[in-house]
Design a protein around this ligand. Sequence first.
Ligand code: PHB
Length: 411
Amino acid sequence: MTARTTVAVVGAGPAGLVLAHALRRAGVEATVHERLSRAELERTARAGVLEHRVVEYLRSLGLADRLTAEGERHGECEITCLGERVPVDYGALSGGVRHWVYPQQLLVRDLVAAYEEDGGTVAFESPVESVALDGDGRPVMRTAGGKLRADWAVGCDGARSTVAAALPGGADGAARRYPYDWLTVLARISRPVERIRYAVHADGFAGMMPRTADVGRFYLEVPAGEELSGWDEPRIRAELERRLALDAADPALGALLETGMLRMRGRVARRMRAGRLLLAGDAAHTVTPSGAKGLNSAVADVADLAGALAAAVRGDHGALDGYQQRRLEAAWRTQEFSDRLLELLHLPAGLPPEQREFALRLRLERIHRIARPGPEGAEFARAYAGAGELPVAGVWPPAQRTAVASRSTGR
Ligand code: PHB
């Protein structure tokens, strides 16, 4: 049996779900296909730090009620180096722009619930297995439930995107594999993480990030390709406590709930559109976790795409013309931010031990510069917290733009 839809949204992560919502609000018919089961999707712990402008955009769609009721505002982080703890008050440095902390899996749960309330459905455990184009250049997809024909297909299906693979000539662009990985830990903690902590350390970076009142996310730099099996629990705990210099005033580490290895890479596709096939989020670009930009840039992609695609569906195909260029430029800005932060947080690969102090001292100098009021601090702070508005300009009806601007106050 062949089903038909206007827009096939492939993937029900934050990008796919927000896009489906925005299309629905614009009166565009869409289907959402997700490989995972609902339980798996809503259990997968990933990001948790949301930019100011992303939350403002979600608010404008009415999708941030729970997030803003239960999430926490964060405007300060701390970077430690050579025994110094340097607070970075990026909320003040940026002129009042702060993050929201709310775990990604809770946001996904809220987005699925809101989409269903609106009358939408997500097809879970229904991966799009392949995408081909018919004689008119329209996508034809194979799913577990049969064939699906659409006017447009949007790949929000992550780094191994089926839609990206179907772009004629491929979408592969430039990529970098970093010479280290991050061991990831989700752990019970005795009290909330009050501010993100980055530890720049001779033995490797470590990080402590907030999630909920009793759960934190931790990172440890390890050599690239390191196997998790070499890291038993006592070793992980000891290394986190040592590099982060956890003391009595810090959250105490409780049970380790989840551990993993995050292979550190950056990549940006060569293109995000071929005819009626479009890409958004990780399907088009992977950014390392440094700076917490992955989820944020995925939502920024679809904020741009939704309006343009709705216009294209109504017959204005030119509306999509600038999408790829705008979002590839944004993807490179994001890569550059994340890469620069990585450089600050890690010592150069292969640095002999006797030269580490020098490299650490240089990093401490830079940490002081970004922590100090002034142009450099302000630039870092604004990019870090996501100042301004998502670029939805020009494609949304005026009422929507007003709503975004007028709700920028409050918590
Ligand atoms: C995180 O919350 O996982 C996170 C936050 C900030 C970073 C990196 C990771 O720079």
